[in-house]
Design a protein around this ligand. Structure first.
Ligand SMILES: [Zn+2]
Ligand SMILES: [Zn+2]
Length: 350
């Protein structure tokens, strides 16, 4: 089969590789579409110890069930020929967190597309037993390309849920990638009076604006001046009630503290780069302002079904978020589009 094989930093090659065997206790997926996640892009440009070359990335995957292992038939309700999406965050189903419905916090958490689970930038992808419960059947009329958004958008929903937006809040979203743009949309739907979307790349900001429009939105270019000052002036000097950092930037995490209103709630959504995992945390803002800072990681099954419903119903206009659909051979260009901020969501069709 054809696959995009990662050989090192910024070195991906399209090759013929052996078609994977269907796991006896899992299934084999014929990949139709696979999105590029920010995590994939970070791996492509910086490397990742869970993706030692040669490696096949890709975990925002949708396709058709090609084969079901004999020991998996009892474990799943999908059958050969079903159109499916597979959620990438793996959970054991047995630990305390899994039993509480917090699968995203599973003690044995894993991620499809990373060791030991080869990913979806290939014609076929083996789905291991641990991922069987992550296989969701898709409505017949939902395009595969749109279905690839279920995985990242369910994570985005978790972030907004952790933010606990209340009616009338001013919400700041830092980072206008696909996640931040969606979070701005959902925060507004949850009753925010004003949503301030902050982004350093002007092109990205303009694209988000074309999706979200002007209703209760403010678009702030962080390259154009002091973002903290701008947020303070938009909030009568008080700061914002809710702030979500939807980018991988320590500076943005530090800024969030300084633009927060007293009793504000801040969610750090994006992880920091492995080489620079710490920030200067001005903890007196918490002390004097009773500010809460929390995090958000991945999503639970409920949020995944919510994301599916929102995409299928058109509440989230998937087609507007997907700016590039590329053949496997152009995957390197796909990563470049993301790096340069020219794209919102890039989907690969193997
Ligand atoms: Zn991802
Ligand atoms: Zn677990």
């Amino acid at each position: 089969m054809r696959a995009a094989v990662l050989y090192g930093v910024e070195d991906v090659r399209i090759e013929e590789v052996p078609k994977p065997e269907c796991p006896r206790d899992g299934l084999l997926l014929k990949v139709v579409a696979c999105g590029i996640c920010g995590t994939d892009a970070r791996t492509y440009f910086n490397g990742d110890e869970r993706a030692k070359p040669p490696w096949i990335l890709g975990h925002e995957v949708a396709g058709v069930v090609a084969e079901i292992g004999p020991e998996a038939r009892q474990e799943t309700d999908v059958r050969e020929g079903d159109r499916v999406h597979v959620i990438s965050t793996l959970a054991c189903g047995r630990c305390e967190y899994c039993r509480m419905g917090l699968e995203n916090l599973c003690v044995e958490r894993g991620l499809l597309g990373y060791w030991p689970h080869p990913g979806g930038y290939a014609e076929y992808m083996p789905i291991a037993r641990v991922a069987l419960r992550n296989v969701m059947k898709l409505p017949d009329d939902l395009p595969f390309e749109h279905a690839t958004l279920i995985d990242p958008f369910s994570d985005a929903l978790n972030g907004v849920e952790r933010l606990q937006v209340e009616l009338g809040d001013t919400v700041v979203v830092i980072g206008a990638g696909p996640i931040g743009t969606l979070q701005a949309q959902v925060a507004r739907a949850r009753g925010a009076f004003q949503v301030i979307l902050v982004e350093i790349n002007e092109q990205r900001l303009a694209r988000s604006r074309s999706i979200l429009g002007e209703d209760r939105m403010v678009y702030l270019s962080s390259g154009a001046g002091d973002t903290v000052e701008a947020v303070l002036s938009l909030t009568g000097g008080k700061g914002a009630e809710r702030i979500i950092v939807a980018c991988s930037s320590g500076q943005a995490q530090e800024d969030a503290l300084r633009m927060a209103k007293k009793r504000a709630r801040i969610v750090y959504f994006g992880g920091l780069p492995k080489g620079k995992p710490t920030i200067q945390f001005a903890s007196n803002y918490l002390h004097y302002g009773e500010i809460e800072v929390t995090g958000a990681y991945a999503s639970n099954y409920k949020q995944q079904y919510q994301a599916l419903a929102m995409i299928h119903s058109g509440v989230i206009e998937a087609a507007k978020y997907i700016t590039h659909i590329l053949p496997l051979a152009e995957i390197a260009q796909g990563f470049e589009h993301i790096r340069r901020g020219e794209s919102l969501k890039v989907v690969i069709k193997p």
